[in-house]
Ligand binder design. Structure first.
Ligand code: NAD
Length: 487
């Protein structure tokens, strides 16, 4: 498929939207170019919101707040469910749009749309099941009644690597809880966010309940919104560095924060693992989204007895992948998001190679238009190489050898991050023991893919605060209120 053919999906009038979406109105504008990373061509331009625009979005969210909070859960649920249906009906066009602006392979984009839509279905179901609590005090003399109320206006900030799913993972629980929101998508991938807002409008989301704005000035614009006392929640997904800045900003007015931050996932393979299953899992854990995932396996620790067979198997699978434009159906690995991303991968791989690592496939950027880095396997990587401590965020599998279970756990935990980990072993007792020893919010046991709207997603250590998805995800957008009731 060429860019022109792919572009017709994007130009679909039902999805095509390039204006700020505030209070149910579309406001056209320009200022932020959106690039196709497969070719380096400019696809579109979206508006560059000012602080005044952001304050209008807060006004709109405030104007809609009381009505949305009072909307019966069943009705909120039905609107979310319609949004799920519309996304599912438009799945192919949305997938094309994601491939166009993000570069990921169509198969990955299709997977993302299904995953993203599922948050609307899941929270359509959860909207009608918001629980409370009743108990007696230990003395038996009094009663404790706990209600959950919508926390208030929520600012949602999302990254470019899952432009649909990172937005729905926040919008769906927020709306189910009864909150109104302002979404600020990443400037690299705003078209998907605007297209989804179109579908939300069609699904019957009232004006002002969901507002979307793009800005090239995210620091001051976000700071202004967080300083407004009407804003009570910040839900951020992105890098740990930006997360730290936003936590400090939110502290000024003590805004409640959920933080989904960076990762540095270890992937442990023990001698007793099923080699073929471990290789299947490794390919998913490494190559979903071309390695541009927070849960991407960043460090492969492989026990000495299975090490050489694992390196050979992974090299064979990685070298067989077809690199190309995301929207070409033959493509298995698309481009990276920017040249800056390619430069970072190149720096990390070059540093590792200079220190003794050997590329068994790939290992250098690809020349030409588009932001390509080939699938790469590195063996003999020293455990203090920079890529053992930084997110690679690309199609590079760095393999380290280990001898004992204790050593594997120690190496896995040798990072400030704690998002996800993977353990492959034929001995479930060992796999669970190792899983318990690893300091992360999520562990895949003999599985290379863990994301599921019904499961609590999130990190320990500097990978984040709070959880998205699952039964508890809705509580991130609710404030518990305790009533001491005498009766
Ligand atoms: P990023 O931190 O650069 O940007 C994320 C978002 O924050 C974007 O919308 C960006 O415009 C905005 N932003 C940047 N500076 C800001 C500021 N000063 N104030 C307010 N907003 C600001 O991250 P990215 O490069 O878009 O995404 C990749 C990162 O996201 C990786 O670290 C990845 O691990 C992480 N991520 C985490 C999860 C998770 O669930 N834990 C999921 C996906 C991505």
């Amino acid at each position: 498929m060429t860019l022109d053919t792919a572009f017709t999906g994007y130009a679909d009038p039902a999805l095509h939207a390039e204006g700020l979406y505030i209070g149910g109105q579309w406001q056209a504008g320009r200022g932020i170019p959106v690039t196709d990373p497969s070719t380096g061509t400019t696809l579109a331009e979206v508006p560059d919101a000012s602080i005044e625009d952001a304050m209008r979005a807060v006004d709109a969210a405030e104007a809609a707040a009381a009505g949305w909070r009072a909307t019966p859960p069943r009705q909120r649920s039905e609107i979310l469910r319609r949004w799920f249906t519309l996304m599912t009906e438009r799945a192919e066009e949305l997938a094309l749009l994601i491939s166009l602006e993000n570069g990921k392979a169509l198969a990955d984009a299709r997977g993302e749309v299904a995953y993203a839509a599922e948050f609307f279905r899941w929270y359509a179901e959860e909207a009608t099941r918001i629980g409370g609590e009743f108990r007696h005090t230990p003395s038996g003399a009094h009663n404790i009644l706990v209600d959950h109320e919508p926390i208030g206006i929520a600012v949602l900030i999302t990254p470019w690597n899952f432009p649909a799913a990172m937005a729905t993972r926040k919008i769906a629980p927020a709306l189910a809880a009864g909150c109104t929101v302002i979404l600020k998508p990443a400037s690299e991938t705003p078209l998907t966010a605007y297209a989804m807002a179109r579908l939300g409008q069609e699904a019957g989301v009232p004006p002002g309940v969901v507002n979307v704005l793009t800005t090239s000035n995210p620091g001051p614009v976000t700071a202004a919104m967080l300083a407004d006392p009407r804003v009570r929640k910040l839900s951020f997904t992105g890098s740990t560095g930006v997360g730290r800045i936003l936590l400090a900003e939110a502290a000024k007015s003590v805004v409640n924060c959920s933080m989904e931050l960076g990762g540095n996932a270890p992937f442990l393979v023990f001698d007793d693992a099923d080699l073929s299953a471990a290789l299947d899992g490794a390919m998913v854990a490494k190559m979903r989204n071309g390695g541009e995932a927070c849960t991407a396996a960043n460090r492969f620790y492989v026990q000495a007895g299975i090490h050489d067979a694992f390196v050979a198997g992974l090299t064979q699978r990685m070298s067989a992948l077809k690199l190309g434009a995301g929207y070409d159906p033959e493509t298995q690995c698309g481009p990276m998001i920017t040249t800056k991303a390619v430069d970072k991968i190149d720096r990390l791989v070059s540093e590792a190679k200079a220190r003794g690592a050997r590329a068994t496939t790939g290992g250098a950027p690809v020349d030409g238009s588009g932001y390509y880095y080939p699938p790469t396997v590195l063996e003999n990587v020293p455990s203090d190489a920079a890529l053992a401590h930084e997110e690679i965020f690309g199609p590079v599998a760095a393999i380290y050898r280990f001898e004992t279970e204790e050593e594997a756990i120690r190496l896995a935990n040798d990072t400030e991050y704690g998002l996800a980990a993977y353990v492959y072993s034929g001995d479930i007792m060992r796999a669970m023991r190792v899983g318990r020893g690893i300091e992360t919010g999520m562990v895949g046991i003999n599985r290379g893919l863990m994301s599921d709207p019904a499961a609590p997603f999130g990190g320990a250590k500097q990978s984040g605060l709070g959880r998205e998805g699952g039964v508890i995800g809705i509580l991130e957008f609710m404030e518990p209120k305790y009533f001491a009731v005498e009766f």
